[in-house]
Ligand binder design. Structure first.
Ligand SMILES: Nc1nc2c(c(=O)[nH]1)N[C@H]1C(S)=C(S)[C@@H](COP(=O)(O)OP(=O)(O)OC[C@H]3O[C@@H](n4cnc5c(=O)[nH]c(N)nc54)[C@H](O)[C@@H]3O)O[C@H]1N2
Ligand SMILES: Nc1nc2c(c(=O)[nH]1)N[C@H]1C(S)=C(S)[C@@H](COP(=O)(O)OP(=O)(O)OC[C@H]3O[C@@H](n4cnc5c(=O)[nH]c(N)nc54)[C@H](O)[C@@H]3O)O[C@H]1N2
Ligand SMILES: [Mo]
Length: 760
């Protein structure tokens, strides 16, 4: 048995050199996840890319548009593929400069820190002069930009969150906006050793801690929490939070001393709450009409929150929507009004439940593949990819900057799937027709690979030597190859080293090392640095032969903001005032109507002032999938086990199903003004009435004549390619309005579960 690490957990496996013959969870994991079942079943699936391919039209006619995404692919040798790639990179870099290359390449790829695909690509492109990069993430687009204005460096919340062990012992009430989803806590970037979401929640509950889960789905909080379920209309949390704040203000429950000592701008905000500014008091009656939550419950909840040690936690999903800054900012404001930031078990959290890493105390850093220097300064906020490709030269605004979209000739993707992650996929398809050339490395024929010109087959992590440890995780695993690669797949590192050689920067990229030599070299350097810091770690060979290495954790009992609370002058926040900014002069100064100087309620444009409900009355929740990570291994056994007639399941409340005459197990069509998709109906009262829940992750399978219609169930044909706000320009994929009907036509076959057409 050899141990291996994935983003969703560690496992032990044996193999016959070709495939995994048995897989079981790592014995150290108290709450193992069934997602590991996807790996062995996907490894040799027909959709694995077995060798290099080039799109026929590109090969015949050279760089240029037509018809990306529809053309067949021509198999070519590695030699030929890398010659073509080097030739094209040479042409673009010499003819158009590094500013014409988009190398952002957003995506999670695999665990294993040396073969981390984005790092590999970025180092490679840096050797050639650089690339247009992306800023921020799809995960935390609004948070990364807003929080520095409000509480300082985002690491303050993410890496120094109050430890789960402290919450388990001290919290008396946990108010979780977006819940504490056990499906999301399955995952952490880089891996998870011991899953513990249910454990800490059960421990807190056993001690008498109460949980309130504010979410459209009952199963967003594990049963162990025995949570009260409050289900506001998705996208309306800011109104609910304002009303909670209004009650605290009106009833004298706000901690004035805390607000005075640790925050700025409360009075400006309080004027808004009281209606001094706009004549509307943001009281529970007002919020009830917007959220659907009874006014009485809002009022009593505010009182309960003020009475005991309360943690306010806001899941990442709330900010993945238009005006997503507002509920996030309000979460901080509520916690500040309660005056418990910096106390064990109280204060503010952002995403307990959104990922396994939240509330895991910081461990020492781990080895990293150096990235070199990017010679290009131009960047885009990550979710502006389609805007950029469609609008070269167009000016736009972002976080106080006036920026201009660059003119991209070559798009390079390694370790991500934009045709999974981006919104309004039909629009993305139009955007992807613009550049001269699209290069994709992936292990699978994802929709993105199908929209590329040069497609290079990567190994899966089980097919190569690496080591890895998750963000916020303390168990560092050697990851020895479990099988030989599928087909002639190679490591991204090898592809880059070979291409760099052809472009005359081989030495710069590889420094003359093989991947195995890099593993040893980086480990050795790291061990030396750590020994100076007083950590005695094993030599490489001992580590490589071991099952895992437990890394030191300097402060296991950390409490968010404890130092700041103890002495705000000595430990100021990195905001302009050094304090928590309830009103931000900086944000106010930018003058963005869609993100003013203090948090407010803004009705989503999608609602059209309520008019949209006549056409598209259901609120789609396009959340993260339970059975996989994003689109990864969608063809695997666990992911397939929940499909309905091969389509992604959509969950609907029994009342909504009955109103449409729909039955469990039927194929339905979900649609709105942007697009439509098929899905398999699941009727479930764990879903609030008025909601349709269709997770992300089904591989986009466009109808050949209509890219707005996905035959498989990818919600991103329905979501809007609309930014959170001018401030953060983040992703808003979580929510959209839709309608659902029975699919009356013959159900079409899926094309995406077989490889694309190949020609000689
Ligand atoms: N509607 C909607 N859309 C969303 C979201 C939402 O809430 N709603 N959430 C968003 C969020 S938070 C995120 S993070 C994104 C996720 O979006 P992505 O991170 O782009 O999604 P993944 O499916 O993880 O894509 C990773 C790809 O890398 C490939 N891969 C794995 N290992 C390797 C490797 O070693 N080398 C190479 N070359 N490739 C490899 C995988 O096969 C897979 O195709 O989606 C976003 N999209
Ligand atoms: N199994 C699994 N786990 C994952 C991932 C995965 O793909 N699969 N992806 C990982 C990644 S990249 C990320 S960024 C995190 C994301 O972590 P989150 O953003 O927290 O995850 P989501 O599943 O998108 O949303 C969590 C829940 O929020 C609720 N919600 C949605 N909209 C609203 C709203 O307007 N108000 C309220 N109150 N609740 C709302 C939904 O019911 C949803 O189930 O998850 C990580 N964990
Ligand atoms: Mo994410």
């Amino acid at each position: 048995m050899t141990t291996h690490l994935t983003h969703w957990g560690a496992f032990e496996a044996s193999s016959d050199g070709e495939r995994l013959t048995s897989v079981r969870p790592w014995r150290g994991d108290p709450e193992p996840m069934p997602l590991i079942e996807n790996i062995a079943s996907a490894q040799h699936h027909p959709t694995r890319i077995d060798q290099p391919y080039v799109r026929r039209g590109w090969l015949a006619n050279g760089p240029g548009a037509a018809p990306r995404g529809a053309d067949p692919f021509v198999p070519v040798s590695w030699e030929r593929a890398l010659d073509l790639l080097a030739g094209e990179l040479g042409r673009v870099y010499s003819g158009h400069g590094a500013e014409a290359v988009y190398g952002g390449s957003y995506g999670w790829a695999s665990a294993g820190r040396f073969h981390h695909a984005q790092s590999q690509l970025h180092r490679f492109l840096n050797c050639l002069g650089g690339y247009v990069r992306h800023a921020n993430s799809y995960s935390l687009g609004a948070s990364t930009v807003l929080l520095p204005h409000v509480i300082g460096d985002i690491g303050w919340v993410m890496q120094h969150a109050t430890a789960k062990t402290v919450l388990a012992e001290h919290s008396e009430l946990v108010v979780a906006f977006g819940g504490l989803s056990p499906k999301n806590a399955a995952v952490s970037p880089g891996g998870v050793s011991r899953h513990n979401a249910r454990t800490w929640i059960a421990a807190a509950r056993a001690r008498g801690c109460r949980f309130v889960s504010i979410s459209p789905l009952r199963d967003d909080t594990p049963q162990e929490g025995e949570a009260e379920w409050i289900a506001p209309l998705p996208g309306s949390d800011a109104a609910l939070m304002l009303a909670l704040a209004q009650v605290l203000d009106e009833e004298g429950l706000a901690d004035r001393e805390f607000l005075r000592k640790y925050t700025v701008g409360y009075d400006r905000f309080a004027d808004y709450l009281r209606g001094t500014v706009d004549g509307t008091v943001k009281d529970p009656q007002w919020a009830a009409a917007i959220t659907g939550v009874p006014a009485g419950r809002i009022r009593t909840l505010a009182r309960e929150m003020a009475a005991v040690r309360t943690l306010v936690t806001v899941s990442w999903s709330l900010q993945r929507a238009q005006y997503g800054e507002q509920p996030l900012w309000l979460g901080v404001v509520l916690a500040a009004m309660l005056g418990q930031i910096g106390l064990p078990g109280g204060g503010f959290g952002h995403g307990y439940g959104s990922a396994a890493s939240l509330g895991e105390p910081a461990r020492i850093p781990v080895p990293r593949f150096p990235q070199g220097r990017n010679g290009v300064e131009t960047f885009i906020p990550v979710a502006r990819i389609a805007d950029m490709l469609l609008n070269p030269g167009l000016p736009y605004r972002y976080n106080g900057h006036d920026l201009v979209y660059p003119d991209i000739r070559l798009v390079y993707w390694c370790g991500g799937n934009p045709f999974h992650h981006h919104q309004n996929l039909a629009r993305l398809r139009t955007a992807f027709a613009r550049p001269d050339t699209v290069v994709v490395h992936d292990a699978f024929w994802t929709a993105t690979a199908r929209h590329a010109d040069i497609v290079l087959p990567s190994t899966m992590s089980i097919e190569r030597d690496d080591y890895g440890v998750g963000e916020g995780d303390r168990v560092f695993f050697p990851m020895r190859a479990l099988t030989r690669p599928h087909g002639v797949a190679r490591d991204d590192y090898w592809m880059f080293a070979e291409t760099a050689e052809r472009l005359g920067v081989g030495k710069e990229f590889s420094e003359g090392r093989t991947a195995g030599e890099w593993l040893r070299h980086l480990y050795g350097e790291w061990r030396l640095v750590q020994s100076v810091a007083g950590h005695d770690l094993p030599e490489f060979d001992a580590f490589w032969a071991s099952e895992s290495l437990e890394l030191p954790v300097p402060d296991p009992d950390q409490v968010l903001g404890a130092q700041f609370r103890a002495d705000p002058d000595r430990f100021p926040l990195t905001t302009p005032s050094g304090k928590i900014e309830i009103f931000s002069e900086m944000v106010d100064g930018f003058g963005y109507a869609d993100c003013p100087g203090h948090p407010v309620w803004l009705e989503p444009e999608e609602w059209l002032g309520g008019a949209a409900a006549a056409w598209f009355p259901l609120q789609l929740v396009a959340n993260q999938p339970r059975t996989k990570l994003h689109s990864q291994l969608d063809v695997g056994a666990h992911s397939q086990s929940t499909k309905v007639a091969g389509r992604e399941p959509v969950r609907l409340h029994p009342l909504d199903a009955a109103a449409r005459g729909l039955h469990e197990g039927e194929i339905v069509r979900i649609f709105n003004g942007r697009g439509s998709c098929l899905a398999g109906l699941v009727v479930d009262d764990a879903v609030r009435a008025g909601i349709a829940q269709l997770s992300t992750g089904a591989w986009y399978d466009p109808d050949p004549d209509d890219p707005t219609f996905c035959r498989h169930g990818n919600p991103n044909v329905l979501t809007a390619d609309r930014p959170t706000s001018t401030l953060s320009q983040g992703c808003t994929g979580q929510l959209a309005l839709v309608e659902i009907e029975r699919y009356a036509d013959a159900v079409p076959d899926l094309a995406v579960s077989s490889p694309p057409p190949v020609t000689e």
